[in-house]
Design a protein around this ligand. Structure first.
Ligand SMILES: Cc1cc2nc3c(=O)[nH]c(=O)nc-3n(C[C@H](O)[C@H](O)[C@H](O)COP(=O)(O)OP(=O)(O)OC[C@H]3O[C@@H](n4cnc5c(N)ncnc54)[C@H](O)[C@@H]3O)c2cc1C
Length: 320
């Protein structure tokens, strides 16, 4: 890390650490390849901290590493590699977590989102370590939680009865899931192989480093996978604890998310936080200090942008 962020070392922001790890791997200095997956990794050495400090400051890390890898970080370095573990972005909401139907005016009645599902715009393009806690406390526990509770306590029953158009939409969606997916007699596609190809595509082209040709390749693959999806086969027809059905429903959402992430990344011709374009390595505040939004339409996603609200702290170039 001395070569990448000498003043912060391993404690530099995670997008910088991620790029450093992958650069070492790509330049052949990572040196370690997992036999099963073929993926490259580096080693994180905690041994200099000693057992007492590790137990006091990092007890969970020690426990997880022992349980999952059978390695004790007191004695051995830990294999590490960047993985996605937080969704930066989410449902477009106002300051109180009420879901927005358009860029900045119309709120969806009776619908709030909080936590990782929502985009309240505190994290930008790179959430800092441990900062998702603020979503639990500030939004889940206070602003959004309280607004939703206030509404539920005071709403007349008629407001909670959706009826009409929404009831029809819900019925259509239930029928799509249970009649078209679950009870379909035939289907040539194995959902798990579609998922594997989606994962491989996203890992190869939409990972820590991105560029135009890779993103275009990913886009056409994901489009093809989405075309194959309606023909998936669900083996388990059970009505209880049907993990096969759950996996297929999840895959449907993941494929849609994958496509949106790729289109957003392809359009955003700059690098910002965790979005790093090899062909546009600089942050471009003049053109891109804005949020990417998608709105559902029957003709496909509508791409839009809203400005980032800057108050006291002006964006600066990051230096470590
Ligand atoms: C490995 C890892 C380490 C992390 N470490 C940290 C850290 O050190 N500090 C930090 O601040 N953040 C950390 N994060 C991020 C943080 O844990 C999450 O952002 C946070 O837990 C999200 O909370 P949430 O309540 O918004 O969502 P979740 O905890 O994801 O809760 C959503 C819930 O909704 C349920 N659900 C989903 N779909 C449906 C449905 N259709 N019907 C009903 N229920 C549904 C899910 O089962 C789940 O229980 C970490 C994340 C990971 C993966």
């Amino acid at each position: 890390m001395k070569n990448y962020a000498p003043s912060r070392m391993e404690l530099a922001p995670r997008d910088i650490v991620s790029r450093s790890i992958v650069t070492e791997c790509l330049q052949g200095r990572g040196g370690f390849v997992d036999e099963e997956s073929g993926l490259c990794y580096v080693l994180l050495d905690l041994r200099h901290l000693g057992e007492e400090k590790i137990n006091k400051r990092l007890p969970m890390i020690r426990e997880i590493v022992i349980k999952t890898l059978g390695i004790d970080p007191v004695d051995e370095p830990i294999p590490v590699r960047p993985a996605m573990h937080y969704m930066m972005g989410g449902v477009h909401v106002d300051l109180y977590g009420q879901v927005m139907l358009d860029e900045d005016k119309t709120r969806v009645p009776n619908l709030w989102a909080a936590g990782e599902a929502a985009n309240v715009s505190v994290h930008g393009a790179n959430r800092l370590g441990s900062n998702s806690l603020s979503e639990c406390l500030v939004w889940g526990g206070r602003l959004t939680g309280a607004a939703a509770a206030r509404y539920a306590m005071s709403a007349p029953d008629s407001m909670l009865d959706y009826g009409g158009d929404i009831a029809t939409k819900v019925a259509n969606e239930e029928s799509r899931i249970f009649d078209k997916l679950l009870h379909k007699e035939v289907g040539a596609e194995n959902p798990y192989s579609i998922r594997e190809e989606m994962n491989r595509t996203m890992d190869t082209y939409v990972y820590v480093f991105r560029d135009k040709s890779g993103l275009e390749e990913a886009y056409s693959t994901i489009k093809r996978l989405r075309e194959r999806f309606p023909n998936v086969r669900i083996e388990d027809k059970g009505r209880y604890y049907n993990t096969n059905l759950r996996d297929v429903l999840e895959l449907d959402f993941l494929l849609e998310q994958a496509e949106l992430i790729i289109v957003g990344a392809l359009t955003r011709t700059e690098s910002r936080g965790a979005h790093y374009r090899l062909d546009y390595p600089k942050r471009d505040d003049a053109n891109w200090l804005k949020h990417t939004l998608y709105f559902y339409t029957t003709d496909g996603p509508r791409l839009s942008y809203v400005p980032v609200r800057i108050t006291r702290w002006k964006p600066e170039e990051r230096k470590y």
